[in-house]
Design a protein around this ligand. Structure first.
Ligand SMILES: [Fe+2]
Length: 203
């Protein structure tokens, strides 16, 4: 909502009437127009209660997906060893796929009339994925840590898919299965094959 309060001149700003007329109002404030957890009822054929339950499940998945997304970038930057280039590139490919999932989940929450979590502090308070250390870890530990995070998301997505199916939210069921589950299952496969001690030159 636009403030009716007149803008205060910035220090050193010109004070003529003409200059005042084009001075941006940089002091605007407002209360929140929708509180987190509230649902705006939209004409989507779903009850407010159904939307609220789906939004809660989607926000948990969103917080975990944002955490996994950022863990991929951390490991993309910090990876070392003879497989540096391969892992460096694969981590970024997986990161990009997780970026897409984040947007799909967040926009699903918004179109259900909810509020999507977004900021780092809120994600840290909500995610179920353990916080990795700030420092560097060996590639094998990076992969193990990523695979564990994937499995948490996969288990959560399967449970959430069943719950939203039971309450009739087919669109959210599709997001949990077609987007979240399928993407994470594929990335687990790509990751864990790197933990097999197979020689490229000896049988
Ligand atoms: Fe990069």
């Amino acid at each position: 909502m636009a403030s009716t309060r007149k803008s205060q001149p910035l220090p050193g700003a010109p004070k003529t009437a003409a200059a005042q007329a084009v001075q941006p109002n940089l002091h605007q404030q407002s209360h929140e127009t929708q509180k987190y957890g509230e649902i705006v009822k939209l004409p989507n054929g779903l009850s407010e209660d159904v939307c609220k339950k789906s939004v809660e499940l989607l926000n948990q998945c969103l917080a975990d997906t944002i955490t996994l997304r950022d863990m991929y970038k951390k490991h993309h930057w910090q990876v070392v060893g003879p497989t540096f280039n391969q892992l460096h590139l694969m981590y970024d490919q997986h990161f990009e796929a997780q970026v897409l999932l984040v947007d799909i989940l967040a926009e699903r929450i918004q179109l259900l009339g909810g509020i999507a979590l977004a900021m780092a502090g809120d994600i840290a308070e909500t995610t179920r994925i353990p916080r990795p250390p700030r420092g560097r870890e060996p590639a094998a530990v990076q992969i193990r840590r990523l695979a564990e995070a994937h499995e948490m998301i996969i288990i959560g997505a399967r449970e959430a898919a069943k719950k939203v199916d039971e309450i009739g939210d087919d669109g959210s069921n599709d997001v949990f299965v077609s987007n979240v589950l399928r993407t994470n299952e594929l990335q687990v496969w790509f990751l864990t094959e790197h933990l097999v001690a197979a020689s490229p030159v000896e049988a």
